[in-house]
Design a protein. Structure first.
Length: 262
């Protein structure tokens, strides 16, 4: 009996020891891979911004991004640039941080995001390179809830702060073949040339039932077939981020010449 108990005890000790060793190995691997994961996440964001402005060429994403894009931070309440290092600012984290965000009233929260960061990044794209100081496009990050998920994307605007030059939804959990078609280049192409805002500075984009959009309209876009709620989510995202709680204060200053000096 004693030998049997000793055998069970030794087995238990070995199992516990192996578990501890595995846990230490996994933890060490996670910590060691964290910088690489952060780097890959940054490169993915840079790639999607370049896609939004049609400047993605070749495979050296970082070099292209550094050459053509400048990241600035904007106070969403005032529309002013913020003198803070954008590389140390975690936008996704601040969306949920009570010290760096506001809780949205239900009447304001058309995009169903619940909270909004006080400061957001904007991306100034220069076709001739950042050193030219000639801004070609302004890229805004947007997000809003669709049918199943929060959909994240980038809107590229002409330097007038109004004419849409590109749209790139890069992260979502919508149904493949239905709501997932927000990434379909054919559908996205409808937005190019449309006006984000009307003459009064109010959100203008209207996503209609498929087939109802007038091609010559400055703001009409056909929704996705079989994906009414996803289309509505895109509409609500545009409405919110082009509105007073979104980038409207910043876009007003853009139209007043805030980008004249790059």
């Amino acid at each position: 009996m004693s030998n049997n108990n000793e055998s069970i005890g030794k087995t238990f000790f070995v199992v516990i020891g192996l578990c501890l060793i595995c846990a230490i190995f996994v933890a060490a691997s996670a910590v060691g891979l964290r910088p690489k994961q952060a780097e890959n996440k940054l490169l993915d964001a840079q790639k999607n911004i370049l896609v939004a402005v049609g400047m993605l060429e070749g495979t050296d994403i970082k070099a292209q991004f550094d050459k053509h894009v400048q990241v600035r931070l904007v106070n969403l309440d005032t529309g002013d640039f913020v003198d803070q290092d954008p590389l140390t600012y975690d936008y996704r984290k601040m969306m949920k941080d009570p010290t760096g965000s506001i809780k949205l009233d239900e009447k304001d929260d058309v995009a169903k995001i619940k909270t909004r960061a006080n400061i957001a990044p904007v991306y100034l794209a220069y076709a001739e390179g950042v050193e030219s100081k000639k801004v070609s496009f302004v890229v805004l990050p947007i997000h809003g809830y669709g049918l199943w998920s929060t959909m994240h994307g980038f809107i590229a605007l002409d330097k007038d702060g109004n004419t849409i030059k590109g749209l790139n939804y890069y992260e979502h959990g919508e149904t493949p073949g239905l709501g997932g078609e927000i990434q379909n280049p054919t559908w996205v192409a409808q937005f190019v040339g449309k006006k984000l805002l009307d003459d009064a500075g109010n959100p203008a984009i209207k996503i209609l039932k498929p087939g109802n959009a007038i091609p010559t309209s400055a703001s009409d876009v056909d929704g996705l077939s079989g994906a009414t709620l996803t289309s509505k989510g895109v509409q609500n995202s545009f409405t919110f981020w082009a509105g007073a709680k979104g980038f409207a204060p910043f876009l007003t200053k853009v139209r007043q010449g805030a980008l004249n000096n790059g």
